[in-house]
Ligand binder design. Structure first.
Ligand SMILES: [Zn+2]
Ligand SMILES: [Zn+2]
Length: 142
């Protein structure tokens, strides 16, 4: 796994110990290829490391967010999810009925970035948006 070599180096460069638990937290997120809460990561991890506690997961997540390996998104209502950092900028759509969480690619965010630049003079570093509503199938359902 090339990312593993990269991760070990990154951790060492920043003076962090490379523990198997830390690497496993990252591996769970990468393999999942979806959004996960800290609790979901914790229970997936427990299958391999039965003794690992939730605070270890939280500490590892904070570290990986700081190092830019993992993205953390606040979805409102206290819901916080993590995902492997794949795309530079993306928003989220959260269906309020079925809980489906989908990505909004850059094509949706670029107009906002441009509009803020032109009309407000903002230099946007990063767009983090969560759109709430009904997904296409929930919208059609009675
Ligand atoms: Zn839905
Ligand atoms: Zn996402």
């Amino acid at each position: 796994m090339p990312h593993c070599v990269h991760t070990r180096r990154l951790l060492r460069e920043h003076g962090y110990r490379v523990t198997p638990q830390r690497l496993m937290v990252l591996e769970v997120i990468r393999a999942a290829d979806r959004h996960m809460t800290a609790e979901e990561i914790h229970s997936a991890l427990q299958k391999r490391y039965p003794g690992v506690d939730l605070s270890t997961v939280y500490r590892a997540l904070r570290l990986f967010v700081r190092l830019g390996l993992v993205e953390q998104h606040e979805l409102g209502g206290g819901r916080r999810v993590y995902e492997w950092r794949t795309q530079p900028d993306h928003g989220h759509f959260l269906c309020e009925r079925c809980g489906r969480l989908e990505h909004l690619e850059g094509i949706f965010l670029e107009p906002l970035r441009l509009a803020l630049d032109r009309t407000r003079g903002y230099q946007v570093r990063r767009v983090e948006v969560t759109v709430l509503g009904l997904c296409a199938s929930c919208r059609g359902a009675p």
